[in-house]
Design a protein around this ligand. Structure first.
Ligand SMILES: CC(C)(COP(=O)(O)OP(=O)(O)OC[C@H]1O[C@@H](n2cnc3c(N)ncnc32)[C@H](O)[C@@H]1OP(=O)(O)O)[C@@H](O)C(=O)NCCC(=O)NCCS
Length: 168
């Protein structure tokens, strides 16, 4: 699949709304809280907020993966870490829209994000991932991720894996 990482833009409105709906319906905690009605009502503001995050306390670059004009995934690069992100979240987070999974989207997104992280001044990136998330583990390891630590954050949660990828 030929995929491009692009900055959020209004031209992808319909496809992004479809993808966000799919992600929300899947029930992942960081998607169920998304107010899709508000996004639909003012998509321009949603895009503007995403772009403005480069100026937030922990600056982040949000990117959309577009294949054949379809929104197939999203990825965020945090330019720095705070204590919370060091425990969970790391520098880079991503999701593939459910109907586009298993096609190499996340592997390609992360691969394309690494040189961008370097242009942001990072020399290595931290990725965190649940030990139960075999797909994401594969995505990280295929992109050169080296397992540096594992931690049990809470007794009722899966072991957290910590990976580092050298981007220098
Ligand atoms: C994890 C996620 C991003 C993977 O996205 P994707 O676009 O389907 O990933 P890819 O197609 O690039 O690669 C998936 C890899 O996992 C492998 N895989 C698929 N199902 C698997 C399974 N049950 N067990 C082990 N590996 C599996 C695939 O074979 C592929 O590896 P390969 O390229 O060597 O064949 C996607 O499942 C997702 O969005 N999940 C919910 C959000 C999430 O977990 N985000 C990451 C948080 S760390």
């Amino acid at each position: 699949m030929k995929l491009t990482l692009v900055s959020p833009h209004e031209r992808y409105r319909e496809s992004v709304l479809r993808g966000l709906r799919e992600l929300r319906d899947e029930g992942l905690p960081w998607h169920v809280s998304v107010d899709l009605t508000a996004i639909e009502r003012d998509f321009a503001a949603f895009v503007a907020n995403k772009l403005a995050d480069v100026k937030s306390v922990i600056p982040a670059t949000h990117l959309w993966a577009i294949a054949d004009e379809h929104f197939v995934g999203r990825l965020s690069i945090r330019h720095a870490l705070n204590d919370a992100l060091r425990i969970e979240g790391g520098h880079i987070g991503y999701d593939t829209v459910p109907s586009f999974r298993g096609l190499g989207v996340a592997t390609e997104m992360l691969g394309q994000a690494l040189p961008i992280a370097r242009t942001l001044g990072l020399t290595s990136v931290l990725l965190t991932c649940n030990d139960t998330n075999a797909r994401s583990i594969r995505v990280i390891e295929r992109n050169g991720g080296v397992l540096i630590d594992t931690k049990l954050l809470a007794p009722n949660r899966p072991l957290k894996r910590y990976y580092e990828i050298d981007v220098a």
